[in-house]
Write a protein that binds this ligand. Structure first.
Ligand SMILES: NC(=O)c1ccc[n+]([C@@H]2O[C@H](COP(=O)([O-])OP(=O)(O)OC[C@H]3O[C@@H](n4cnc5c(N)ncnc54)[C@H](O)[C@@H]3O)[C@@H](O)[C@H]2O)c1
Ligand SMILES: [Zn+2]
Length: 365
């Protein structure tokens, strides 16, 4: 078993990464939480694949467990769905000694976490992430939220899980595009914090794409380890945690301007990482190699690294509207080398536009 400890004083927890761990969820949970009532929240894609094994494991260790399954989809991360889930918790007579499990991707994790944080002012919850993105990113760090018509993740809080159980075997049923989108966040950790891990990814990208067990465990472990280190220093994103937003500034603008329909999150972030690096190049903070190494790796995933549909001026306008400014200035996470980034508010609009127009995007000018 590969473990990552997230040290947050009395809210510390372990991330346990192991192939086949789903059948041990009951035993592992009973080591940290006294068995009692439990609810597993999942979606109708993940449920038929993995719920039985988790429920059996919990029942065997004396949890009185009920399954609640909802339709998949980002639009289910809503206040009305939270309301539906509160009803289910009342029906099952859940109280503050019960445990709520999130079995699924980031949508289920964020929604379930939000419900667990707010029901009776907080019920213990456990993450069992089943997408690559949720295993390497959303299940660790305690950000939970639902969407609001005025913005994604606008209603939420910080609420740490009691444990995170990651079964890398679940990635074998994940659609390829979801795997690729999750890989972008994995590569992100290499760029922002871990040159050695980036080199590992360059060397093992074929094994990763072939879903080799060792490679999967390695990428999930190193991603969680890096994320945990950042979260431990800055749980509430008052400082360094912002480096996790590398590629997300422009990526988010692209998602907004294409109404969340054209790109998966990771696909937009990949483009955002490349543009951020081009900004760093223009500002002479980084050299060409930093750009080339990212481009090569992201291309191996089959990702497109520029957008040719959105007008760059609209991107800049959106960045200003997106509350990405501090004191009226845009802030970017910019790489200075593979493995190191800085947070800078020194990129002027001309530099940003130049970077956005250094490829096919320029035809809109
Ligand atoms: N809390 C955080 O820190 C944080 C960080 C990043 C992203 N997020 C959130 O995560 C969400 C995206 O999560 P996601 O990318 O996991 O998407 P998702 O939860 O929508 O899952 C993608 C699809 O894969 C299916 N699926 C899940 N596991 C599967 C498996 N093992 N086999 C087959 N199909 C499977 C799901 O049913 C769904 O249709 C967004 O809402 C985003 O805001 C949160
Ligand atoms: Zn992201």
């Amino acid at each position: 078993m590969k473990n990552v400890q997230v040290n947050l004083d009395k809210y510390s927890y372990q991330v346990i990464i192991e192939k086949g761990i789903l059948s041990q969820v009951g035993t592992l949970t009973s080591e940290i939480i006294k068995p009692g009532k439990a609810v597993v929240i999942t979606d109708t894609t993940v449920g038929p694949l993995y719920a039985k094994i988790v429920l059996d494991s919990l029942s065997k260790t004396n949890f009185d467990v009920k399954l609640v399954s909802i339709e998949p989809g980002e639009d289910k991360k809503s206040l009305s769905m939270a309301g539906y889930l509160y009803e289910a918790l009342f029906d099952h007579k859940v109280d503050r000694k019960s445990t709520i499990f999130a079995l699924g991707g980031g949508v289920i994790g964020d929604l379930t976490g939000f419900v667990a944080a707010t029901f009776m002012r907080g019920v213990p919850f456990v993450q069992i992430p089943t997408t690559l993105l949720s295993q390497v990113d959303s299940s660790v760090g305690g950000k939970v939220a639902v969407n609001h018509p005025r913005g994604k993740n606008m209603i939420g809080c910080f609420y740490q899980p009691k444990a995170v159980f990651i079964d890398t075997d679940t990635l074998k049923t994940l659609p390829k595009e979801e795997m690729v989108a999750g890989m972008v966040e994995v590569i992100k950790y290499g760029v922002i914090k871990d040159a050695e891990f980036f080199a590992y990814l360059e060397k093992h990208i074929s094994q990763i794409l072939e879903l080799d067990d060792t490679a999967l465990r390695e990428i999930v472990y190193n991603s969680c380890r890096n994320k945990a280190k950042i979260v431990e220093i800055d749980e509430k994103e008052e400082g360094i945690r912002a480096i996790l937003n590398y590629g997300h500034t422009i990526g988010h603008a692209l998602e907004t301007l294409t109404s969340y329909k054209k790109y998966r999150h990771g696909e937009a972030v990949a483009i955002g990482m490349i543009y951020a690096t081009k900004i760093a190049l223009s500002m002479e903070l980084a050299n060409e190699i930093v750009l080339e190494r990212q481009e090569t790796l992201l291309k191996r995933l089959g990702l497109s690294l520029s957008d040719n549909t959105v007008n760059p001026h609209d991107i800049v306008r959106t960045l200003y509207q997106d509350k990405k400014t501090v004191g009226g200035k845009l802030r970017f996470v910019l790489p200075t080398a593979v493995g190191t980034v800085i947070i800078s508010d020194k990129s002027d609009d001309a530099t940003i536009l130049k970077s956005l127009t250094s490829d096919s995007i320029s035809r809109h000018l």
